[in-house]
Design a protein around this ligand. Structure first.
Ligand SMILES: [Ca+2]
Ligand SMILES: [Ca+2]
Length: 222
């Protein structure tokens, strides 16, 4: 009897030890980045950080962050190959990160979408990611976007006309001509009669054009 009790006790101890080892292995998958050096010199307050436990490449980090509602910026810790997302706005520097694909500028993040889409599909895509199609409100922002979109294609802007008018507004309702503008000469001209959307062309100037055309886009996260 005593022998059986001893055996049961031994099994229990072995079970507990294996459980502890398993749990600690799982826990070790979560690496908390607490030093600024872990995040390329930038910080994301603990309560706004999102920890991803799987090892990922830079592009996987970005895709995972894009799929995760509320994740606006992502860092990759080179040594551990693991990523931490940050819920935007809480990054502590205006120059803060960016990892492959997103760019952080004046407390906003930008994501270049190279896949060509119609204006409405591009708008929906940005909206699904928690952002909006790019609006350009200043020369600084235009300069940034020119650098970002270093690819040979036209790019949608978030401006469209108010129905039955030729007044262009941004998604937030602001009138385009109340802010910065960079129209090509003779534009907007509504040349085809249905040029209700706006793109930046290869010469980095704006033109009105039909919304069903398919172009690259940039999503912006305020
Ligand atoms: Ca903007
Ligand atoms: Ca035009």
């Amino acid at each position: 009897m005593q022998k059986n009790q001893f055996r049961i006790c031994l099994y229990f101890v072995v079970f507990c030890v294996s459980l502890v080892i398993t749990l600690s292995e799982n826990n070790s998958k979560f690496i908390k980045f607490t030093k600024e050096s872990d995040l390329g010199g930038f910080t994301c307050p603990e309560q706004h950080a999102i920890y991803f436990k799987d090892k990922m490449s830079s592009s996987q980090c970005l895709a995972t962050c894009a799929d995760f509602k509320g994740c606006f910026s992502v860092f990759r810790h080179e040594e551990s190959s693991r990523c931490i997302g940050c819920k935007d706005k809480y990054l502590t520097s205006d120059d803060a990160p960016v990892l492959l694909g997103t760019t952080f500028f004046r407390r906003r993040s930008y994501l270049v979408v190279t896949e060509k889409k119609t204006w409405f599909d591009a708008k929906s895509h940005c909206s699904e990611l928690g952002g909006h199609l790019l609006d350009i409100m200043s020369q600084d922002e235009h300069t940034l976007v020119d650098k970002l979109r270093a690819f040979e294609t036209d790019t949608w802007l978030g401006a469209t006309v108010i129905k039955n008018t030729r007044i262009f507004i941004w998604e937030n309702g602001n009138k385009v001509d109340d802010y910065f503008e960079n129209w090509s000469s003779h534009e907007p001209n509504n040349a085809k009669g249905n040029e209700n959307c706006v793109k930046i062309n290869k010469a980095n100037v704006w033109v009105d054009t039909p919304c069903y055309e398919q172009w690259s886009s940039v999503c912006e996260f305020d």
